[in-house]
Design a protein around this ligand. Structure first.
Ligand SMILES: Cc1ncc(COP(=O)(O)O)c(C=O)c1O
Length: 406
């Protein structure tokens, strides 16, 4: 099937993309914030509630056993998707932020000492900065920022130099949610390991654009959210190497994460349940697995996202005074920009009235804004359901907005 037909077929699965806002066809260019959901995934979630709903792990009755099996199959599906050695290395959480807080807290309790250093890059989302700052404050450690260059890439020489000074953890994104940059993770992880540091990879913006193989990459931890992956909200994943997860204390206490509870001594369940206190989002986990099946059926379209990105980059540059932030050769499909003499928020508001949904502001990455000395940026982010004509709508919309604002 040719690419256009495949895009049309893919897009036809998303009811919301047929809708209008302010009587204009919706042009949804905010998939980096959350992806739209295909009908198959919506229907699957509904079928779980109508057919199997019962709490998992604790029941002896039929429905509970069925739902438990579906939940554990979802764990295996995620393990296969990311290339984990074992499903017990996959912890379900409420999202990437929860996963990062879990690893920052529990790993630090076991392994971070006073005076140790955690490196985070200057292009991280706040979710991959603040939990490390909180952990460092608790443990008497220090967080340092790996600088980025004017093109929005990791300054690899600076990184190598910084690794020599007591670094125990490197927290790095697979793809920046603002600059789009995909750092050379393989090199960064090899260097970190050479210096005895562990690596946490934030896969939020990477996993949906080409996936990951955690064993091949050799990262120690990997996180992502279901809702950016055409799946539901409120579900996410923390992958960790089993020897590390085994050595870490639990993050939250409660039901399901224990082996035996007495007032004298409580023992914990083995992996992965040690880190899954309380009723899990079992419907969310199973629905996310269905979204992964859906995504993998269309893996032939991955390259198409790069075509959209190149076209958008080229067309936007034709607007006088427009500056794009993040010009690395390897990018995920996001374009952040500002236009001279115009406020990013005003551009976003005018585009909205034309039916074009972009995001404006600091994108939960204030250190990136500081790096480029701006208060915010416009961001258009693309998914496999977007079309070239939607890119045209963005470009002509920005052009019109700029003429109105100047
Ligand atoms: C790179 C990156 N990391 C982490 C997050 C946090 O994800 P969530 O809000 O789903 O926990 C986001 C969300 O935008 C992101 O883009």
């Amino acid at each position: 099937m040719d690419t256009q037909k495949l895009v049309d077929q893919f897009r036809s699965n998303f009811p919301i993309l047929q809708s209008s806002v302010y009587r204009k066809p919706l042009v949804y260019l905010d998939s980096a914030a959350t992806a739209q959901k295909p009908l198959q995934v919506i229907e699957y979630e509904k079928s779980l509630y109508t057919t199997y709903n019962a709490n998992i792990h604790r029941g002896v009755h039929y429905l509970s056993e069925q739902m438990t099996a579906i939940y554990e199959q979802a764990r295996q599906r995620v393990a296969r998707f990311i290339g984990a050695k074992s499903a017990s290395e996959v912890i379900f959480t409420s999202g990437a932020t929860a996963s990062l807080n879990l690893v920052a807290y529990s790993w630090s309790e076991a392994f971070l000492r006073a005076g140790d250093v955690v490196l985070v890059s200057q292009m991280e989302h706040h979710s991959n900065i603040v939990p490390w700052q909180m952990a460092a404050a608790r443990r008497g450690a220090v967080v340092r920022a790996i600088p980025i260059t004017d093109s929005g890439e990791i300054d690899i020489e600076a990184y190598e130099r910084m690794l020599q000074y007591g670094v125990k953890m490197v927290a790095i994104t697979q793809a920046s949610n603002t600059l789009g940059t995909r750092p050379d993770l393989k090199t960064m992880i090899t260097l970190a390991h050479k210096h005895g540091a562990k690596v946490t990879v934030d896969g939020c913006q990477g996993v949906v654009h080409g996936g990951v193989d955690v064993v091949e990459l050799d990262c120690d931890f990997y996180v992502f959210s279901g809702h950016k992956l055409y799946g539901p909200t409120g579900i996410g994943v923390l992958y960790g190497k089993s020897e590390l997860l085994e050595a870490m204390p639990p993050y939250m206490g409660g039901g399901d994460m224990v082996d035996k509870v007495t007032f004298e001594r409580t023992t914990y369940a083995p992996l992965p349940l040690k880190f899954e206190a309380g009723t899990a989002n079992f419907v969310g986990a199973a629905t996310m697995a269905a979204a992964i099946d859906f995504l993998e059926d269309y893996s032939a379209l991955m390259e198409y996202e790069n075509t959209l990105l190149s076209y958008a980059t080229e067309q936007l540059q034709s607007i006088a005074g427009l500056k794009i932030y993040g010009t690395a050769p390897s990018k995920s499909p996001v374009v952040c920009f500002n236009v001279e003499g115009c406020n990013h928020y005003d551009i976003g508001m005018i585009l909205d009235k034309m039916g074009v949904a972009i995001r404006t502001g600091h994108h939960c990455a204030q250190p990136v804004m500081d790096r480029f000395s701006v208060t915010g940026m416009c961001r258009a982010s693309f998914a496999m359901y977007n079309t070239m004509s939607e890119v045209d709508a963005l470009v002509s919309g920005v052009d019109r907005a700029v003429k109105m604002l100047r």
